[in-house]
Design a binder for this molecule. Structure first.
Ligand code: IVH
Length: 652
């Protein structure tokens, strides 16, 4: 199979090959337990192409108008009645599933293509991942018409999502944010095997193009028809006669919002009679015969235990609500930011109050306000603390600023923050130097700035519980290998205001050592392509400050010798070109791909813009980058195309 599709060197005549694939498909249809995404029968045409191919929808995939409250919903029904004279239609109520819309096309009973909605006219070909969804048959019964498109929502069951996140946690990997994004991300990726592992599901809710299909007279009949084609349909759709019944359906499911094993964020109401649908027609965007009632973001009441202040690395003092745990909008919430003094005053929430907490979709939780009827009559408005909760010295609120801050650089919260930034993987990458160790060393006064990290006596750690020969030796080794970090990472690690990791690399490349950066003028630094005057001033100021000088000296004394980047001897084939890489490549790690670009004089920014020369996509590319590149007409290359680009500076 690989030979056939990828090397264009078929060892079988085409007809024999096709017949074999057909036999295999029939076998898999009869024994789905044998089917697998890597099976030749599942391959649409060898390895997936570099980007998702565009698919024209024969029948546009329209979106729906929304009703955000019951009045808007009733207004919609009244407009329908006016248009239809005195004929009052029946409605179908369906759940509005929260996932990714798909159109799945069958020709002669075979699944031939699956596409996303895209802009409604043109979607993306995602056949390879959609074929891994167990709810979507690959072969329809003999009764199926020659062409039929089934539209519906791909989603991830909540139980699947939880199991996936448990597995992530066990593997020490970051948790997925929510089932919808995870489902959408799984569909819009290159690797069907990865999609299969995510075990997605599908609810059909509409038909697209049909050639020589049966004559259906009601939308509700579509569901029976889909069942006859072996699709599983959602059991909760209901035909009702009046808008009051629709409201009752909405209320019933608002109460069941967290009782089902999948997320829904509203109810879709459709006119049942298909002839009436045709009479009503559509606007350019959405059909008049349907509306999506959006359920309001969920709100729950809980106890506000306290309003503590957290101190950021830069000293900002942020009040936040410490809450009795409450399950809202699909997650358990225990705290929520209250931003600043004015916002707390405006909401007038007080420790001890019952408060209303809201969370919509993947939006961060918010405290809406107090439940005044339950307030202790003796309570008084909350006041912003005078002193920093960490170093006990007075907080300040600078003129005109919304936020308080702790103005003391040596406040342990800030020291800890800077040291954690210094030691993190993208900085000095000091292994075995985690939060707890930093906390112990800072609290005991053994280190007061990042310069001390390489100078304190490791033996001092023995005084703390859990530190013995092994942990001390591990940290010693971690420090030793960090002494020769690449200069770019070391510059970033210093937490100079405005200097992020890419600026760190630019400075390293332009100057080659801490000493040379320290000796540079604002003009010299600002002359580096990609570094602006604000950054240049910040760098000069930091290296000239007492703090900066002390730290650089201490690092030097502690044996830190960052390694200057090798000056590239490669042809600058990409000079002036900006190339974005998204997704995993086989022969280049994420940073290797960037280095390959910058070593040839190009830029490798993280996002696609008008000035991007090309987008290189590997496995699991960022969906938004691909869409943006397509919108802007920016060439999209696969890894082979990337290599040609590197070598020649031109598109393949
Ligand atoms: S019908 C022309 N039914 O909502 C009618 N859509 O806001 C097209 N959706 O793109 C859609 N559940 O992704 C329909 N039961 C349902 C739905 C549903 C979720 C999504 C779908 C669509 C979006 C429109």
């Amino acid at each position: 199979m690989h030979l056939y599709h990828e090397l264009d060197a078929a060892e079988l005549p085409d007809a024999d090959f096709d017949r074999l694939v057909h036999q295999l498909r029939d076998l898999e249809a009869a024994h789905p337990e044998l089917a697998d995404a890597a099976s030749p029968a599942e391959q649409v045409g060898g390895a997936p192409s570099s980007a998702f191919a565009p698919v024209q929808h024969e029948v546009p995939m329209m979106s729906l108008d929304n009703a955000f409250d019951l009045d808007e919903l009733r207004g919609w029904a009244e407009r329908l009645e006016r248009r239809l004279g005195d004929k009052i239609p029946s409605f179908v109520c369906e759940l509005k599933f929260d996932g990714l819309a798909l159109s799945v096309r069958y020709e002669d009973g075979q699944l031939v293509r699956a596409a996303t909605r895209g802009d409604g006219t043109t979607g993306e070909d995602v056949t390879h991942t959609v074929k891994t969804i167990g709810d979507i048959p690959h072969i329809l019964p003999k009764s199926a018409p020659p062409v039929i498109e089934v539209r519906g929502e791909a989603y991830m069951r909540l139980s699947t999502f939880e199991a996936l996140n448990k597995a992530q946690e066990k593997a020490g990997l970051q948790a997925y944010v929510n089932p919808r994004n995870t489902a959408a991300g799984s569909i819009r990726q290159k690797d069907p095997q990865a999609a299969r592992e995510r075990a997605l599901s599908f609810w059909p809710y509409q038909l697209g193009q049909i050639v020589d299909g049966p004559t259906l007279d009601a939308h509700s009949a579509t569901f029976d028809y889909l069942t006859s084609l072996t699709f599983g349909v959602n059991e909760h759709s209901r035909v009702v006669d009046t808008i009051d019944d629709v409201v009752a359906f909405i209320e019933e499911f608002a109460a069941k919002r967290h009782d089902l094993d999948y997320e829904f964020d509203g109810v879709v109401v459709k006119v049942d009679d298909l002839e009436t649908q045709r009479v009503l027609g559509s606007t350019s965007r959405a059909p008049r015969w349907a509306i999506a009632y959006k359920m309001p973001p969920e709100e729950r009441a809980t106890r506000l235990i306290d309003i503590p202040i957290s101190i950021g690395t830069n000293g900002s003092a942020t009040p936040y609500a410490l809450l009795e745990p409450v399950f809202v909008g699909g997650v358990t919430v225990t705290n929520a930011t209250l931003h600043n003094q004015d916002i707390v005053a405006q909401k007038d929430v007080r420790p001890g109050d019952m408060v209303v907490v809201r969370r919509a979709g993947d939006v961060i939780p918010e405290v809406v306000g107090p439940v005044l009827s339950e307030r202790d009559p003796k309570s008084t408005p909350w006041e912003f603390p005078i002193d920093c909760p960490v170093c006990s010295r007075p907080l300040v609120r600078p003129e005109g600023a919304a936020r308080h801050r702790c103005p003391f650089d040596d406040c342990p919260a800030q020291v800890r923050g800077r040291i954690e930034h210094f030691a993190q993987r993208t900085g000095m990458d000091i292994e075995h130097f985690g939060e707890r160790t930093v906390d112990l060393l800072v609290s005991a006064g053994l280190i007061t700035d990042v310069g001390d990290v390489f100078n304190f006596d490791l033996e001092e750690l023995r005084q703390f519980e859990g530190f013995g020969d092994t942990s001390i030796e591990n940290l010693r080794a971690g420090l030793e290998s960090s002494r020769t970090r690449p200069l770019g990472n070391a510059v970033f690690a210093l937490a100079i205001p405005h200097v992020g990791s890419s600026n760190g690399k630019l400075l390293a490349k332009a100057f080659g050592s801490f000493e040379k950066i320290a000796a540079a003028t604002v003009e010299e630094i600002a002359a580096i392509d990609g570094v602006g005057p604000i950054i240049a001033e910040s760098v000069v100021e930091w290296f000239a400050s007492d703090t900066g000088k002390t730290i650089i000296q201490k690092l030097h004394d502690g044996g830190v010798r960052p390694v200057a980047p090798e000056v590239s001897t490669l042809e600058p084939t990409l000079a002036g070109k900006s190339i974005v890489v998204s997704g995993g490549l086989a022969n280049y790690g994420r940073s290797d791909a960037k280095t390959a670009i910058t070593d040839r004089g190009g830029k490798a920014p993280g996002s696609v813009s008008k000035s991007t020369f090309a987008l290189v996509v590997g496995n699991d590319p960022g969906a938004s980058k691909v869409t943006k590149a397509e919108d802007l007409g920016i060439p999209i290359l696969d890894e082979a195309g990337f290599e040609i680009l590197l070598a020649t500076g031109d598109l393949p």
